[in-house]
Design a protein around this ligand. Structure first.
Ligand SMILES: O=c1ccn([C@H]2C[C@H](O)[C@@H](CO)O2)c(=O)[nH]1
Ligand SMILES: [Zn+2]
Length: 133
């Protein structure tokens, strides 16, 4: 299968399990690391609304738990007509692990609609190199 299609399938499977009873807005995300492994996540909402977490955060947590810390590509599937790009907090989360040339693919239920780099979505970012000695 085409690599993007593989990511899309993983993100769609996670999205099908999204826990979004409050917004009704299901999101799925899938990361491919340089090793070729794929990690996925879905948004998980909470009765205490601010405690909910984004799909991207879930996929990043799965990647880190498996011992990987580099994002080669990430694909996010949202809903509706508008591009569901990562929220501000998730742009920062992706920035932490994104390779320089990492692509962020934004998809709807029928496929990828646009692709960006992290520099496009989070210019002049605060990142690890600033903090790490
Ligand atoms: O990129 C995004 C944008 C939104 N959401 C979730 C958060 C919340 O559960 C719902 C509506 O904002 O969608 C994500 O998971 N990722
Ligand atoms: Zn987010």
């Amino acid at each position: 299968m085409d690599p993007i299609e593989t990511l899309f399938t993983a993100a769609a499977a996670a999205r099908a399990n999204a826990y979004a009873p409050y917004s009704g807005f299901a999101v799925g995300a899938a990361i491919r690391t340089p090793s070729g492994a794929i990690f996925s996540g879905a948004n998980v909402e909470n009765a205490s609304y601010p405690v909910g977490t984004c799909a991207e955060a879930g996929a990043i947590a799965a990647m880190v738990a498996a011992g990987e810390t580099r994002i080669a590509e990430i694909l996010i599937i949202g809903d509706g007509e508008a591009l569901v790009t990562p929220c501000g907090a998730c742009r920062q989360r992706i920035r932490e692990f994104a390779q320089e040339d990492a692509e962020i693919h934004i998809a709807g239920p029928n496929g990828v609609r646009a692709s960006f780099t992290i520099a496009e979505l989070l210019p002049q970012a605060f990142g690890p190199a600033i903090v790490k000695p």
